[in-house]
Design a protein around this ligand. Structure first.
Ligand code: URP
Ligand code: ZN
Ligand code: ZN
Length: 459
């Protein structure tokens, strides 16, 4: 099967030029001016951007959490991702306490196998790392799972103590693995939550008010310090505020391999969105939304490479029946919000249209940097001869209004309801196959393949 994308403006993390792209089967075979070839299909991209498919390295499909499970499964969640121009996700498998790391990953393979619309991989949420765990970690790395998430939050569920973190970082650092850290001092936060509840503060906004930015900054500082002692890199997930970013910046200025991602919700939403009522449950996620003043600092961090990646932390729970579990007590609201569908256009609008990011940096932050960070580059994350033909044709002239009535995520609300943004994903190819065209999904469950990843190429 040969497909030719004609007349588009190709944008990668470093390029910006007009050319045709020839795809043979699943990969890009030729890029050139006015290609004359016989093909099965021609796609006209005149006047449109041709960009690498987005990579979202932080999603939670079917994640058991707080007595329920996130509402997108691997089919609905990855189909929604494709609608929004994301062609690869890296989801978080979970090793429950008492399980081996291998068992944790096996469960996630079973959930995703034959269901995904786009290519996927896993990190592993690691809750135990006793002596001998290196063996499992290295087996998983040989199988292409080269990153592991540890939590400083959620005592009794996911929290790993400092000794566990040090052991896991030392082992990962030894072989080029990457520890992703949920950096918040969950032990202190739990004490603050107890006080709030004792004072009768049960509304959703108290989720945010009981998780101060300093609890995140302390976690980031500690994560980086332990990584330095373990001689390993560290990647801070879902960084939400200036206090935490300052810790990353300081470490990077000292030359340490400290990396971090932020998410659209921290760039576009704020503490004000909680209001005083129940509707604030839509924004109960961890870390919480912050004071608006943090947003400009995060954008600055994205421009200056103190933040390297934009992920979503997509973890949807419906308002009906799921978020309701915490109607009487904010600490029982399942933590997480939907986002996988709109990351690419939101960042185009907020970044490029609103003059905060160049087009190249937009591509880098939504695709290329994640491919490099998580061992997928150059197969993914760019438009180059030999790369997978994961390509988005993006119309910068059209606008869209985000709404739960029209989105494709399996969740009954949108965190961005009514927001109008410039830029629309027009056509999406995943390994050469057209997935999205004219607003329709053309694929099927199981089109996505598990990706065996290599190690980080940033270090
Ligand atoms: O609220 C969130 N972020 N839920 C998902 C779990 C996590 O910590 O990433
Ligand atoms: Zn987390
Ligand atoms: Zn997460």
């Amino acid at each position: 099967m040969k497909t030719l994308i004609r007349n588009g403006r190709i944008i990668t993390a470093i390029d910006d030029y007009n050319a045709d792209v020839l795809i043979e089967d699943e990969v890009i075979s030729v890029i050139g001016a006015k290609l004359e070839v016989e093909v099965d299909r021609v796609i006209d991209a005149a006047g449109k951007l041709v960009i690498p498919g987005g990579i979202d390295p932080h999603t939670h499909m079917e994640l058991p959490f707080g007595g329920t499970s996130s509402s997108d499964d691997f089919f609905t969640g990855t189909r929604a991702a494709a609608f929004g121009g994301t062609t690869t996700i890296i989801d978080f498998a979970v090793q429950n306490k008492g399980e081996s790391m291998i068992q944790g990953v096996d469960k996630w393979h079973a959930k995703a196998e034959g269901k995904t619309a786009i290519d996927y991989s896993f990190h592993l949420i690691t809750t135990d790392f006793e002596d001998g765990a290196e063996r499992d970690m290295y087996q998983l790395m040989d199988e292409g799972i080269t990153s592991f998430k540890l939590f400083m939050a959620y005592p009794g569920v996911f929290l790993a103590d400092d000794a566990t973190i040090f052991r896991a970082m030392s082992a990962a650092g030894e072989r080029g693995g990457l520890i992703c850290m949920h950096a918040e001092n969950g032990v202190v936060i739990n004490e603050i939550i107890k006080r709030a509840l004792a004072s009768g503060h049960t509304a959703p906004k108290y989720h945010a008010l009981t998780r101060p930015t300093i609890a995140e900054a302390e976690g980031v500082h500690r994560a980086i310090a332990i990584a330095e002692m373990a001689e390993s890199p560290v990647y801070i997930v879902h960084l939400s505020c200036a206090d935490a970013l300052n810790q990353v910046r300081e470490a990077r200025d000292r030359g340490l391999p400290a990396f971090a991602e932020t998410c659209p919700q921290y760039l576009f939403l704020s503490l004000d969105d909680y209001g005083d009522g129940w509707d604030g449950a839509k924004y109960v996620m961890t870390p919480p939304l912050r004071e608006k003043s943090n947003q400009a600092e995060l954008w600055k961090g994205l421009r200056t490479d103190d933040l390297q990646v934009i992920s979503t932390d997509h973890c949807p729970f419906c308002m009906k029946e799921q978020k309701e579990l915490g109607r009487e007590n904010f600490s029982k609201i399942p933590n997480g919000a939907p986002g996988v569908e709109h990351r690419v256009p939101l960042i185009y609008n907020g970044g490029v249209v609103e003059n905060r990011l160049s087009l190249n940096r937009f591509v880098e932050l939504t695709s290329t940097a994640a491919a490099k960070m998580f061992g997928l580059f150059p197969r993914k994350g760019t438009i180059a001869v030999g790369s997978d033909a994961d390509i988005v044709i993006f119309d910068t002239e059209k606008s869209q209004t985000i709404s739960a009535a029209t989105h494709h995520m399996n969740v009954d609300y949108s965190a961005y309801e009514g927001k109008t943004i410039k830029g629309v994903v027009e056509t999406v190819l995943s390994r050469g196959r057209v997935m999205i065209e004219n607003g329709e999904y053309e694929g099927k469950a199981g089109d996505g393949h598990f990706l065996k990843r290599g190690t980080c190429v940033n270090i």
